[in-house]
Design a protein around this ligand. Structure first.
Ligand code: 2AM
Length: 504
């Protein structure tokens, strides 16, 4: 191989890795590439030779040592390998060839605790380590992802020009994604959807919360679809048109847009709509679970996000559900008239639920930053989710503005714009959930989002009784409403307890 030096190296030539390489090469960077299985490197180079104008900027290596030796120092090496054991194996094989100051960037879907550990290990050895969330799937990686890097400020300043160049671009004011002059051509100017999130695992944590939000976004959309199908008796295509219309308003987003397209897609194998032929058992890879379990661990009420994970789990019990449908009773579904009115009510329910779900995601990050010692900038986080990633939506511009106006906002629901939407929408939102419940249609995401809203806005909750019960059976003590917080009381509730106390 030649004595050319690459600006950056990338290990792991699965689709995401290949597309990120091509994205970097399109932006004028020379990229050294390496893959454990050399045949994949050769195949990728053949593809570049035949199809990619930026082929001269992709330098392939079959030996790891040679790959590392051909990257400008301090080296920047991006890993896009299988998360978990794949990442540790790749990092271990790379270590002997690194020099002090070299920067390793893990772009995989790592658990943030793994990233914290790896960052410490690398820093102790004199290297730099960045854990960067990369969102937007294959197309995002190719034409502009949302990038969420965590690591030292010094490492970030080295990586920043490349990350800014390849990230998705949006209009800085409207937040609308910007397209290249021609399809596939890099976008010039605009706001770049990346920012330094914080140290160690902060980037991967924020990427994880993004994925948790993606779960609930998808579940909410599915519930809206289901209500239009079951309660309003609409055909797939009509529902798709409804989503097309919603996409032009406040709900405008990538997920709403693709839902409109999906629902109008004919099945190539039959005369039905494809969605009606797809088995209703949802898969999951685990980042929703991580988000929900982090919320449980940190004691943050992110019930709608957790509900979305459980809803997928329940859907996957297809055989059990089929059996239960024949023996557990429920009401007959009464198809409604007044499609327009109900359609608008469902849209409102979806929007209100979405606000609550995002509020939960941001509350979770707020608590995590305290526990893990980060200082997250929520306005910036919302702003870099406006383009490139799966949850990109015009709504994120509203969130950006809300946090820019009040960086220490107590809860997203309290921002004037969101407060008003919730106030105006709550009646329709409640009606939709009530109608679903009466008709036996499950709307776990809609209703848990509403329960969060109602719980959060309740000055009083029945937890006084829980405290009394805890004190009764376990002497866990309680605080009193007529005494300052932090003073704890206990009552010997029964004669038996009083006797035991005297004897004890
Ligand atoms: P492979 O082509 O040799 O399997 C996604 O699986 C990417 O991660 C692939 O590029 C894959 O390489 C790489 N990968 C998975 N496990 C790995 C490991 N233990 N070491 C290095 N790369 C690995």
């Amino acid at each position: 191989m030649s004595n050319e030096y690459a600006d950056i190296g990338l290990i792991g030539l699965a689709v995401m890795g290949q597309n990120l390489v091509l994205n970097m090469a399109d932006h004028g960077y020379k990229v050294a590439v390496f893959n454990r299985t050399t045949e994949k490197t050769r195949e990728f180079l053949r593809h570049c030779r035949d199809h990619e104008p930026s082929v001269d900027r992709v330098l392939g290596y079959e030996e790891l040592e040679e790959f590392v030796a051909h990257i400008k120092r301090p080296r920047k090496i991006v890993l896009l390998v299988k998360a978990g054991t794949g990442t540790d194996a790749a990092l271990n094989s790379l270590l002997p060839f690194l020099e002090p100051g070299d920067i390793v960037v893990d772009g995989g879907n790592a658990h943030w605790m793994d990233t914290r550990r790896r960052e410490r290990e690398f820093t102790d050895k004199g290297f730099e380590f960045i854990g960067s969330g990369v969102s937007g799937g294959e197309t995002g990686a190719r034409f502009g992802p949302s990038l969420m890097p965590g690591g030292s400020a010094k490492a970030w300043s080295s990586l920043e020009p490349i990350w800014r160049a390849i990230a998705a671009k949006v209009d800085p004011v409207t937040g609308q994604p910007l397209e290249g002059a021609e399809p596939g051509k890099p976008v010039e100017g605009g706001f770049s959807c990346t920012a330094h999130i914080g140290p160690d695992g902060a980037g991967h944590y924020v990427k994880m919360v993004h994925n948790g939000i993606e779960y609930i976004d998808m579940q909410l959309i599915s519930e809206a679809y289901w209500l239009m199908k079951k309660l309003l008796g609409l055909k797939s295509e009509q529902i798709g048109e409804q989503f097309d219309a919603w996409n032009k308003g406040d709900l405008g987003s990538y997920l709403i847009q693709i839902t409109g397209e999906i629902l109008q897609q004919q099945d190539p194998e039959s005369d039905s709509y494809l969605v009606d032929k797809i088995l209703d058992a949802a898969g999951q890879k685990g980042t929703g679970l991580w988000t929900a379990s982090s919320a449980l661990e940190l004691g943050v009420p992110a019930n709608a996000i957790a509900e979305a994970v459980f809803a997928r789990a329940l859907s996957s019990l297809k055989e059990e559900r089929v059996f239960a449908s024949s023996c557990l009773s429920g009401p007959a579904i009464e198809v409604q008239t007044g499609i327009e009115e109900w359609g608008e009510a469902i849209r409102t329910a979806l929007y209100c639920s979405k606000i609550c779900a995002y509020a939960q995601g941001f509350q979770l990050m707020k608590e995590a930053q305290k526990v893990y010692g980060w200082q997250l900038d929520f306005g910036t986080i919302a702003s870099i989710w406006r383009g490139g990633c799966i949850i990109r939506a015009s709504f994120l511009n509203r969130i950006t503005q809300a946090y820019q106006e009040v960086p220490a906002l107590g809860n997203l629901m309290l921002a004037p714009y969101f407060r008003q939407i919730l106030a105006e929408g709550q009646t329709a939102w409640r009606k939709v959930i009530a109608l679903a419940v009466v008709n036996g249609l499950p709307v776990p995401a809609f209703s848990s989002a509403l329960a969060y809203y109602d719980g959060y806005r309740s000055a009083d909750l029945p937890a006084n009784l829980i405290q009394a019960q805890r004190d009764y059976f376990g002497a866990h003590t309680y605080e009193r409403t007529d005494q300052p917080r932090g003073r704890f009381f206990h009552l010997e509730w029964t004669a038996e307890q009083r006797v035991q106390r005297v004897e004890g």
